[in-house]
Design a protein around this ligand. Structure first.
Ligand code: DC
Length: 232
């Protein structure tokens, strides 16, 4: 299948496996738009927290998701700013509180329907690197390149801990490890869009790899795919 702007590259994997870092770099290399679907769930969660809403209530959360304007704005340096109803919330959505709330909010079917519809529009024309839980199975099951990134729990916790420290949030490593373990379980066991590798995805274990090495592998997959489709 040919799309006007290029391929759809769908990247998924557990928290801390390097998805965001790698997806951003791949998008920059190929001149594609980076679509961070998790950021969209985070934005809805942030709005709900700010408004003091019950994030466990599926009906309220679905209405909130429908009534929320989320834009992903590509910057000249390849980064993306996340806009929530016109406000830049790129940093505000990265706190542990929002992570926790996003995990709960994203399990509501109505919330997913609203955001998946927006994500499908972004995928249609191609030229995107999409990152997130269901991009390989629900949002873009016809993605030309599917990659599932993994890493050991300890390494993923170490990366998360370092990332939080760099943002000025000092919490013990043990706490990050425990929270990640709990989040893994919740994300894997939930009924809707559980974390799972698509059967046709290529798995890359990033525990001992630099982001650049992972990017090289994904770009090679994309080039092979482009080469094959050029032959059609
Ligand atoms: O990838 P992340 O940590 O930014 O995602 C935030 C939460 O949203 C996380 O609990 C997984 C969930 N999510 C989802 O359910 N579906 C997606 N496509 C992306 C993220």
């Amino acid at each position: 299948m040919k799309r006007p702007n290029g391929l759809v590259i769908a990247i998924d994997g557990p928290a801390g496996a390097g998805k965001s870092t790698v997806a951003k770099l791949v998008a920059k290399r190929l001149g594609y738009l980076y679509v961070d679907t998790g950021a969209m769930y985070r934005a809805v969660a942030l709005k709900a927290l700010r408004l003091g809403m019950d994030i466990g209530d599926p009906v309220t959360m679905a209405m909130l998701a429908q009534a929320t304007d989320i834009q992903l704005l590509s910057q000249p340096d390849g980064s993306v700013r996340v806009m929530l109803d016109g406000e830049d919330v790129t940093e505000a959505i990265r706190t542990p509180e929002v992570s926790e709330a996003a995990s709960i909010v994203s399990a509501h079917e109505g919330v997913r329907e609203a955001l998946v519809a927006e994500q499908r529009v972004l995928a249609e024309s191609g030229g995107v690197v999409m990152e997130g839980r269901d991009v390989q199975t629900v949002v873009a099951p016809d993605a030309e390149v599917k990659v599932f990134l993994t890493a050991s729990l300890e390494e993923r916790a170490r990366r998360r801990w370092q990332e939080l420290r760099q943002r000025g949030t000092e919490i013990p490593y043990e706490q990050v490890l425990q929270e990640l373990r709990e989040r893994d379980e919740r994300d894997q066991q939930r009924a809707i869009a559980p974390l799972r590798k698509a059967p046709d995805a290529v798995e890359i274990d990033t525990t001992h790899l630099s982001p650049e090495a992972v990017v090289e592998q994904i770009v090679a997959l994309a080039q092979r795919c482009q080469h094959l489709s050029a032959k059609d």
